[in-house]
Design a protein around this ligand. Structure first.
Ligand SMILES: [Zn+2]
Length: 273
């Protein structure tokens, strides 16, 4: 079969030539597609292809921040993993080994954060409602619950970051979903570098006792400044003083977005307990 004859689409009824429907993208299934050999090779392709796309995409996120988002914004998409798929994959891997708290936050971290003082009454009334008198027992229940919720809520952080991007880079000829794309890429970068790679390095070299709040904050600041600065050039074609000013502004935005995200995570956790 050459694939040039007419077909009627099984999904939408459209008449078309070739192997793919030009209305909905459905593919014509050929008899050889159902053979055992095709089954085996499709597994192989799924594994290696997904892998090569995954490594190419995550490599670009690290080495050329903003490049993947630019490719997607400008319509060159087939060679890469969708940023959203990359995000879900990294999110899955990250939450299997949650060594470094980046997008999750224990009850202790929440109490020490910006909104901590407002959290105390909510905790007290929840403890009363659940009949728990000891804060350590409550912390165990809370931390168990919040880890699972954080996995679903990380995307909220990406949306929180994308909103100010719309304002700060308004003049840069990008649309709403383009800014969201870059925010998702930034979250992928953080999940990979500041959660996975950092956790691996800490575990392999036994550096756990050296990682305090100050060191972790410095690493987060440096790596995110690198990402924002590079993607400012790559994605928004920003230069000179404007590039520097917008990058510094974006660091402030990230800090605020993380605080707001943690507050949302806290109230969602309390509410669902
Ligand atoms: Zn169709």
């Amino acid at each position: 079969m050459t694939g040039t004859e007419e077909h009627i689409c099984k999904s939408c009824g459209n008449r078309f030539a070739g192997l793919y429907c030009n209305q909905c993208g459905e593919r014509v299934i050929l008899p050889q597609d159902r053979s055992f050999r095709t089954f085996l090779s499709s597994i192989l392709v799924a594994l290696t292809f997904a892998d090569s796309k995954f490594f190419r995409s995550i490599g670009l996120v690290v080495v050329k921040p903003g490049f993947l988002s630019r490719e997607f914004a400008e319509g060159r998409r087939v060679r890469y993993l969708r940023p959203m798929s990359l995000f879900f994959l990294l999110n899955l891997i990250y939450f299997i080994f949650p060594i470094i708290q980046l997008f999750s936050a224990t009850l202790r971290t929440q109490l020490n954060s910006f909104h901590g003082q407002y959290a105390v009454p909510a905790i007290a009334s929840k403890m009363t409602a659940l009949g728990i008198r000891d804060i350590n027992s409550f912390a165990l229940v809370y931390d168990q619950k919040t880890g699972g919720l954080a996995k679903m809520l990380v995307i909220v952080f990406a949306i929180l970051v994308s909103l100010p991007l719309n304002l700060i880079y308004r003049s840069r000829n990008r649309y709403f979903t383009d800014h969201v794309g870059l925010a998702v890429e930034l979250v992928c970068f953080n999940l990979f570098i500041n959660a996975l790679v950092l956790s691996l390095v800490v575990a392999l070299f036994g550096l756990g006792s050296y990682i305090n709040e100050f060191i972790l904050s410095s690493i987060l600041l440096t790596t995110n400044l690198y990402f924002i600065f590079r993607s400012g050039i790559m994605f928004y074609e920003d230069t000179g003083l404007k590039l520097v000013l917008r990058s510094v502004l974006m660091i402030g935005v990230l800090k605020i977005a993380l605080e707001v995200y943690r507050a949302i995570l806290f109230y969602v956790t309390i509410w669902s307990l």
